[in-house]
Design a protein around this ligand. Structure first.
Ligand SMILES: [Zn+2]
Length: 385
């Protein structure tokens, strides 16, 4: 029996325990703003990891870590030395999008089709437990062929990781491989690359004037915003994977007044960072030369999430995962994604990935790239990000 098959056998044998662990964690309310609840999950995870031989460091946020945001729970960085080479980081988050009381109202259950239900069951408690169990199987099998295995558990992924981001970046920066334990595609595919996103607000300032009496005294912010909309939409390049969307456009509030203000909310996505950089430069050049005389436009960058670019190293990981999956009798491919219900990082801070292997259903994520999940479900409607 080869190694993958042996691990698969252990995982199958341990499925009952996996389900009871998952049930225990789903039973703990751990919304991102429920510090005590997230810390109860952290207690559970830390105890378990220590019991199987990890050194576990617990990091508590200080007021300075979060700015004005509410305090969140603790992060865990668990380390275990192996007998081989290379540092492998795996990471999951302990918080959910649910509120206190949801775990009791919708307790963990498995339906007739074999699907598990409960708040946060998929996102990300199943991944968290999968990481712990995978480590456990490796340790009990005596197959620790890594230099070090690092398991990072963050407390605040669903609100953009205001604290966990730094802990995660520090922990995975020098990793040879980093694997995110969020579920990936519904069909079992792994996510090996993801578009980057920039969210912008453009504020157009014009000059108000009576439109019937002295329109020449005005500078029409609405007209400039219309020109800007046409320009921005024209920057999309579907064959290159670049999308640009003016999703919100507002100007003026009275019928007979030349609008002195307009606002555009713009979202841009691209598979590569250099494409996003070029887009921003092009937009700045356009802003510097308004079409409507007397208007000016200010750019407010709301969010920037760098792409997880497709790399040769990531492809190697994908090939390895595909091979292992095939040896176990199922298929898993490496997928690229533009929209994402899961990890989209914020702010780049490091180098591209080298190499790694991936458990089925995981997202392959470059170490040191600042990748931390953004809210899986934030604010209104449930449009996938
Ligand atoms: Zn998640």
């Amino acid at each position: 029996m080869d190694f993958a098959q042996e691990m698969s056998r252990r995982a199958s044998e341990g499925q009952g325990r996996y389900i009871s662990d998952l049930s225990a964690l789903v039973g703990i309310d751990s919304g991102s703003d429920d510090r005590a609840g997230v810390n109860r999950v952290a207690d559970w995870v830390a105890d378990r990891l220590r019991s199987i031989g990890f050194d576990v460091a617990r990091h508590s946020p200080g007021a300075g870590d979060l700015g004005t945001a509410a305090l969140v729970g603790d992060a865990l960085v668990a380390r275990r030395k192996g007998s081989g080479r290379g540092r492998i980081a795996i990471f999951a988050h302990m918080d959910t999008v649910f509120t206190a009381g949801d775990a009791a109202a919708r307790p963990f259950s498995i339906d007739d089709a074999g699907l598990a239900h409960g708040p946060g069951v998929t996102d990300d408690k199943a991944g968290l437990v999968a990481g712990i169990h995978a480590a456990e199987h490796l340790i009990s099998e005596g197959s620790e062929r890594y230099g070090e295995l690092v398991l990072v558990c963050t407390p605040d992924e669903e609100i953009g990781s205001p604290f966990g981001r730094r802990v995660l970046q520090d922990a995975v920066r020098d990793a040879d491989a980093a694997l995110c334990l969020e579920c990936a595609r519904e069909n079992g595919d792994l996510v090996g690359s993801r578009k980057g996103v920039i969210d912008l607000e453009l504020e157009v300032q014009g000059v108000a004037a009576h439109s019937g009496i002295e329109p020449e005294r005005g500078a029409h912010a609405g007209l400039e915003s219309a020109h800007l909309t046409v320009f921005l939409q024209s920057l999309a390049d579907p064959p290159a994977g670049v999308t640009v969307n003016v999703g919100v456009l507002r100007a003026g509030d009275r019928l007979n007044i030349v609008p002195d203000r307009a606002r555009l909310s713009v979202e841009m996505r691209a598979p590569r960072q250099d494409q996003l950089t070029d887009l921003m430069a092009t937009i700045r050049d356009r802003i510097a030369a308004p079409v409507v005389t007397g208007t000016s436009t200010r750019i407010i960058q709301r969010e920037e999430c760098p792409p997880m670019e497709r790399t040769a190293a990531g492809d190697r990981i994908g090939a390895l995962a595909t091979e292992v999956a095939a040896s176990l009798g199922f298929t898993a491919h490496l997928a690229a994604t533009g929209a994402s219900p899961m990890p989209i990082g914020c702010r780049r801070s490091g180098s591209p990935p080298s190499t790694a292997s991936a458990p089925s259903g995981a997202a392959i994520t470059p170490p040191g790239n600042g990748w931390i999940s953004r809210p899986c479900r934030s604010g209104s409607p449930s449009w996938p990000r």
